[in-house]
Design a protein around this ligand. Sequence first.
Ligand code: SF4
Length: 732
Amino acid sequence: MTESTKTLCPYCGVGCGLEVSPPAQHGKATNRDHEGNPIWRVRGDKTHPSSQGMVCVKGATIAESLDKNRLHFPMVRNSLNEKFRRATWEEAFDLITKRIQQVLQTQGSEAICMYGSGQFQTEDYYVAQKLMKGCIGSNNFDANSRLCMSSAVSGYIQSFGSDGPPCCYDDLELTDCAFLIGTNAAECHPIAFNRLAKYHKRNRKVKMIVVDPRRTQTAEAADLHLAIRPGTDIDLMNGMAHLLMRWGCLDTGFIDECTSNFPAFAEVIRHYSPDVVARTCGITIQDLATAARYWADSKNVLSLWSMGVNQSSEGTAKVRTIINLHLMTGQIGRPGSGPFSLTGQPNAMGGREAGGLSHLLPGYRLIKNPQHRAEVEEFWGIKPGKISPLPGLTAWDMITGLETGDVGLLWVAATNPAVSMPDIERTKAALLKSPFTIYQDAYYPTETAAYAHVLLPAAQWGEKTGVMTNSERVVTLCQSFRPAPGEAKADWEIFAEVGRRLGYVGEFAFANSAHVYNEFTQLTLGRPCDVTGISHEKLKQSPIQWPYPDNSDECKVLSAELRSNTQHSALSTRYSKRLYTDLRFATPDGRAKFGAYYSRGLAEPPDPDYPFILTTGRLYGHWHTQTRTGRIEKIRQMHPEPFIEIHPRDASSLNITENSYVEVGSRRGSARFKAKITRAIAPGTVFVPMHWGALWAENAEANAMTHPISCPDSLQPELKACAVSLALVKIN
Ligand code: SF4
């Protein structure tokens, strides 16, 4: 092959377009990794609308991970004490099917769980949840998006009546004020942030506010950095709302015509006087007022957030209090304004579209809605009532289900819960109890593979064709450019084969991934995420942003004409880059709903035994648990080891010096980190990156300390904060 192939970076939700060429091309020297494997050439796709040719270090180096430590064949063992032995696919499928049937007979469908991933392509998601929800009859299909974005999902649904970020990346270059809260976008969403940072630099009137307990690279670029105490986000938002109301900055026309529940919200924010809010948040009253003033003086405000907001026991409330600020000032539905969650995983959005969480069905449908269940059952041609009315187990519920013996079979694919779950020692103990665990991944070893009875080799990026949707709803075709190694198969192919062996032959008779995608799109007809006009064939021409109904091509021409005549025609809304441009929302009454929330603070505040707050986060080069990036030399050199950031005052009080080792302990466990003493972190708070599991460093797991207490609405755990003690490790 000599041509380049267009695809997508499979790391973060920015979703940058890539072009990949064979290792040696046009007479250039072949790049090789340190093991001598030829490396495919990767460059940014200049035609991709989201990234415009830019890539960060992760995207640029991805090809180096393709040939490292790949799992080539199915492997099986009878117990965790035994070594794995190679098996045929036939043997592995046979074993899996028999175990599923056994558990169905002895414990019922509710004892079967699958834990998937935002690394899945939409086709993988769709077939996996069809297998679980439509065939096995268990809604226990959840994905690692539960740990990442589920608070944004529930916040959008409660405020707007539907999931779906209303904004697009162009808004980064059209806003008058960017309000970034709980996101270190400079490191975690670098290309989206580049667009904002360049625009901000060029336009000095544009304001950037960053809210983060750490002085991150993102905060360095801001006009105003609010280093609030962890857990005081709602106080801050309600305090800003209080000031905006006091200053008469309400968009009363918008509030009256387009929203509901304003009186309840107004009653709550009455109690958030600025002096108390500033004290609670640990910032000055002047900084609080400046933030509110920037918001008030800006025609268009764009707020951006990610894990710092979502990974919280009050995550949904935090999301909704951000949205409240937009609703009270009418900052939505226009270029450069609106609430915009940045997704972590590359296809967390596609997962949401395809029903890839335990409370969802395809097409942004909800398990608890009888009409939604009936629509999906009819489409799949399965028995009415086959889909259980009960939302399935979430990621953490599966762990507790293993503890109690209620889970009889766990299938984990493309994710690494033995590092990424909260309270990791408890998680590992639960995984040890699992009667039967299937682990499906591209790599071996990983930390979770150690807990598996069956290993299934998965094709990964570049080895299968499918689609992913990024944070701005742009759908891109990720095209394969090389065969999968050994006997590895696409995830969706593995799920479909098990479905057929369970007797659902017609339901899983997919010829290829384009066929799977076509079936999925039909389930989005008339839904907010309507993609019935999209196909693999069409995506080969260019990425497409949804909504994109079947008749989009012909109507787009008409829409362009209408758009020149009117602002809020139904058609112009339908094909615009933003949602809710007609200011009608997906709620039953068409109004966006204010949320009225008092702050509850951290689920586990510091106390005399555990006097510090630990916050966790990500670094520029690494991706999650290092399954890929740990195998890339350049990134390993960039971030050679884990560390803990401590403020000089705290370090001095504990005799901790730069590079000395610190024992960090919580009620659940402990770990050791090298000290990095810095004023970038506030006194009383410490920071540890979450990337290191047992495979990459000894006793340096951030999640040894974290707890699983979750948001009651989104069921997303509070991975961002817990109470810890610190002690200097004395080395003799
Ligand atoms: Fe990949 Fe995200 Fe970097 Fe873009 S910003 S190249 S999607 S990791």
